[in-house]
Each structure stands twice: as C-alpha cells, then as structure tokens.
Design a protein around this ligand. Structure first.
Ligand code: PCA
Length: 194
C-alpha cells in the first residue's frame, strides 16, 4: 500500500509548523512505518497558487493509494480528523504569497463540499485507545488547508484521501505527533479501506 503524507511550511508569522517538522522527521527515518507500507512525503507551500499543484505533481509520480494531508490549526487542542472540505475561500490572514482571497468559491461550478474518504471513526477510536487527544472536526476552516483538501477531493486522483489538523507543539510534542501518525498508518495497514 502506497501512502503519501503531506505537511505545510510555516505561515502566518510563525517560524515553524509542526507538520513541516513531522515531514522532516519522517524523512530522517524517525517514524515507525508498519510493514507493507510504502511511505512518501511532501512539504507544501502555504500559498493558494502552488499548494495543490505541488501535491498533484507528487501524486502523479508516486501514485499513492492513500493521501494523509496534515496542517497546523493553532487554535485547536487536539488532533482534528477533518470530515469535510467546503467550496469557500475566506482567508483571515495572508498566505505566503501575500494573497488573502475573501468570500469566494474555490471552484465556480464545483460541489458545495466533499467528504473525506478516510476511515475517520476508526482513526479516532485507535488514537483514543492510545491516549491521544482527538476528535472528528466538521470544519477545516477557509484558508489554505481547506483549499488543498477541497482540490484534493475534487480531483479524485486518489480514492482514499483526507485532511488532519494538528495543534501546536506545546499541546502535542513532535514525538507524540510521530507516534500518532504511526497509529494511523497501522490502522491503514489493517485493511480498513476494503
Ligand atoms: N495550516 C493552515 C494552512 C497551512 C497550515 O499548516 C490552515 O489551517 O489552513
């Protein structure tokens, strides 16, 4: 099973993004990857212009069965398994290109929303069992993360795809985040997609 994990660069005046650290840690071999999983990673720019293109190129070459896209939500206090991407752009801060689209659809004639195709409830149960703070969230916001999530689902390039927001490192350390990713990968490996 080929799985692609994405993270985002720092944005909004912060010097780091826990999901960028996560990607670097995975690339350094610090993640326990269950047998049978071919894992690849990609770090995405926090720009409406490039984020999805960079992911799309990676999908075209790696051809993953599953995409687990990660981003930071600094106001959240747990791992948020995002249920839905909405067709809305409404940035409250500039992206890393200085763009701040407001009150616009992502896709003029697109669907209102797309649901994640990941087994969120199973992920939630597995993470809770291991003591991680986690919930299913019904809003991925209206910034670059929601945009990437929407474009990913709209593209239908990958059957099993979705988005996961994580809190700041003060709430979930980089070691704990890696452990949580490992729990999610074990769940994927158990054949939850069949
Ligand atoms: N979080 C932002 C964009 C990049 C990231 O890590 C978001 O929630 O939209």
């Amino acid at each position: 099973m080929r799985i692609l994990i994405s993270g985002f660069e720092a944005f909004g005046g912060r010097s780091t993004n826990p999901t960028a650290t996560m990607v670097r840690n995975i690339e350094l071999g610090r993640l326990h990857v269950p047998e049978g999983i071919d894992l690849n990673t990609i770090l995405l720019p926090v720009t409406f212009e490039r984020a999805f293109h960079v992911m799309e190129e990676k999908i075209q070459t790696f051809r993953p069965d599953v995409v687990l896209a990660f981003g930071l939500a600094s106001s959240r206090h747990e791992i948020d398994l995002e249920r839905v991407a909405i067709n809305c752009l409404d940035a409250e801060i500039d992206d890393n290109n200085g763009h701040r689209p407001m009150d616009r659809p992502i896709s003029e004639k697109g669907e209102t929303a797309y649901f994640s195709t990941l087994p969120l409830r199973q992920f939630e149960i597995a993470l809770k069992e291991k003591g991680f703070p986690v919930k299913i969230s019904n809003s991925a916001g209206t910034f670059v993360c929601n945009y990437l999530f929407y474009k990913l689902m709209e593209s239908q390039l990958v059957r099993y795809a979705g988005f996961i927001h994580v809190p700041l490192q003060e709430t979930l350390s980089e070691e704990k985040l890696l452990e949580a990713v490992s729990v999610i990968l074990s769940d994927c490996e158990k054949g939850l997609f069949i």
